[in-house]
Design a protein around this ligand. Sequence first.
Ligand SMILES: Nc1ncnc2c1ncn2[C@@H]1O[C@H](COP(=O)(O)OP(=O)(O)OP(=O)(O)O)[C@@H](O)[C@H]1O
Length: 293
Amino acid sequence: MNAITATGVGQRFKGRWVLRRCSFAVPPGRVVGLVGPNGAGKTTLLRVLAGLLRPTEGEVRLDGRDPAAPEGLPTVAFLAQSKPLYPRFTVDDTVRFCRELNPRFDEPFARERLRRLDIPSAQRVGRLSGGQRAQVALTLTLAKRARLVLLDEPMADLDPLGRNDVMRDLMAATAEHGLTVVLSSHVLADLEDSCDHLVMVQQGRVQLAGDVDDLRAAHLAVDGLREHAAALTPHTVIQEGGSGRQATALLRPNGTFADPRWATRTPSLEEIVLAYLRNPDAATLPALELVTS
Ligand SMILES: Nc1ncnc2c1ncn2[C@@H]1O[C@H](COP(=O)(O)OP(=O)(O)OP(=O)(O)O)[C@@H](O)[C@H]1O
């Protein structure tokens, strides 16, 4: 059973559609990168998945269950972009508070992770640095031991080492506990090595969704001379670039692309995401066929 199934999800605020016809599925045990430009609808989608918003249309199922139904709640842990914590509590108070509220809370894990990150347990949360606060909030979220962890820009306040730690811990948590993680981020390089699944939202639509290896295999980066561009036309060109006579393109080949005048290679995840970001209209191309795969 899929960890997440979204079918035709739409969200309207005051008569304006912010999400529309969003459909995708995520198998369990994945680390999912949720990407898209500012205002695309990523936070709204996370809030729908968390059961905090009931979608205006369509439906979401988590492990086959409705997240907005009372029995759906324990399966989901959501960390909002604002990373809400009580500033006057010490780190230690905060851990104890979570343990009191939630019988599933994994206190040994939380204390060990905070110790490893050198976060002083006697310090008031309000006196921690922004990055330390983000790590405390993330630790508490992971310690809930939910089946699905939804993180809204968890790494925005972290330095490169902190981001690296977080990605390593998220991958370890999926491997050890079989949970599924969805994290939104604008830092594509962080996602490249750690995410095995991608959901890309643009203008409220899911433009691309699927296994990262499948998405990479479905695209081709090509380099050649502009005068040979006719060879590209049978294929779906997501983005063209280059300068002067030199041309580069990111394609979704329709069948085999085999023209010896063009050098070809498998693109990185970052190249694919950037190409789609630069070409929002690619949503209307057959890329949509990938969405429910
Ligand atoms: N409660 C709300 N009422 C009205 N409009 C809203 C509400 N929440 C979000 N929106 C609008 O929905 C759109 C998508 O917002 P959302 O926060 O989901 O985008 P995002 O992709 O997370 O953006 P960012 O990358 O900047 O965080 C925005 O235009 C925003 O103004």
